[in-house]
Design a binder for this molecule. Structure first.
Ligand code: SF4
Length: 357
């Protein structure tokens, strides 16, 4: 395996590119670490970034660790939506530190800029992140180095502090000037691409966190696809969750993500969507609920509805197939997931409950 001097948190955003290039420019051999999960990460772009920016990159999946963090409620809380930015940084830096020996590297690089983000890049928060991730001795934030306390890497002369910038605040002028100086001509768009900061995604994720005692990372991949339907009786979620394709592409994605213990629902004789039912451990899908799921599926098929009679739905689980006969117009409890304001209200109520202990 190749060895490196430093590992750099490489999200693909401008700051991570600049921090990596800057250290390369100082003569250090840098490996980018691109963290992925159902919520963030663009592993498909890695080869292009490697070509464009000349930084080798390793893709690191932190999906389950991240889901465990979300399920246990992030100690530093959420940002404006469902983004636990402080705990996210701590998790990534801890993981990066664990990887140092594997790559023979001696320090970590992060593109954080002092004062750039309200939640995770204030001076006090940068300290909390560094301390809780236990990276005090190995973390360099080169873009704001001149504004931050001296690190062991600078003190020992491994990194020349006098050549490091002092970027600070939300403006981007300093970054653009640095990009020019480093020969970075392709500037990525500002958007970070983290779904946890998007309301539409957050309302898909929230009921999973509330329903499953130990949610798995692939559940959130399913939450990123198609229509999210949760069964409700008298406004209360019963714990029965179905993901239904909205088009052919969704159907294909759903079938790729399905696990053996989950139900796949398909109409037997009519074109229509595919759906997957995701059971909560210990909570059965009774005959009645399977029939409701079948009716819900059939109701989304115009031809099944026009048929005007009962239709057959094929339900497959653990390799076993069964036919469910349903009416497309039969009542069922599967409904679209909550709107963002409703989700936010639930989230706040939950946080208040946790605060009370
Ligand atoms: S925006 Fe998303 S990826 Fe970025 S720090 Fe926050 S939670 Fe992590």
């Amino acid at each position: 395996m190749n060895t490196f001097d430093a590992l750099s948190l490489f999200s693909g955003g401008l700051d991570s590119i600049l921090a990596s290039k800057l250290m390369q420019n100082h003569g250090h051999k840098v490996l980018g670490l691109h963290f992925t999960s159902p919520f963030f990460g663009k592993p498909d772009q890695v080869p292009e970034w490697e070509r464009e920016y000349g930084v080798p990159i390793a893709v690191i999946d932190v999906g389950q660790e991240f889901v465990d963090l979300m399920a246990a409620f992030p100690p530093h809380g959420f940002g404006k939506v469902l983004n636990p930015c402080v705990d996210c940084k701590i998790l990534m830096l801890r993981r990066a530190k664990e990887l140092l020996p594997l790559y023979g590297a001696s320090f970590l690089i992060s593109g954080e800029v002092l004062g750039q983000r309200p939640m995770s890049q204030r001076a006090d928060t940068l300290n909390i992140i560094r301390n809780e991730a236990d990276v005090r001795d190995v973390l360099l934030r080169p873009l704001s180095a001149g504004m931050l306390p001296i690190t062991p890497m600078e003190e020992s002369g491994l990194v020349d502090r006098t050549r490091l910038p002092s970027l600070v605040g939300r403006g981007r002028k300093g970054q653009y000037a640095l990009a020019k100086a480093l020969g970075v001509t392709r500037i990525p768009t500002q958007a970070g691409g983290c779904r946890l900061g998007e309301r539409e995604s957050a309302r898909r994720y929230w009921p999973i966190l509330q329903t499953f005692p130990q949610p798995l990372s692939p559940y959130f991949d399913l939450a990123n696809v198609g229509r999210q339907l949760w069964r409700r009786v008298e406004d209360a979620v019963t714990g029965h969750w179905m993901v239904m394709g909205r088009d052919h592409k969704d159907n294909e994605k759903i079938l790729k993500l399905v696990r053996p213990e989950q139900y796949v629902f398909v109409l037997k004789s009519f074109p229509g969507p595919h759906a997957v039912g995701i059971p909560v451990p210990g909570l059965d899908w009774t005959e009645e609920i399977l029939a409701e799921a079948g009716s819900c599926l059939a109701s989304f098929s115009p031809r099944a509805r026009r048929h005007g009679d009962v239709v057959e739905v094929l339900a497959t689980r653990n390799g076993e197939e069964r036919i469910i006969t349903v009416r497309p117009d039969a009542p069922h409890g599967f409904q679209d997931n909550l709107t963002w304001p409703q989700t936010r209200a639930e989230q706040k109520q939950w946080e208040r409950g946790l605060a009370k202990g």
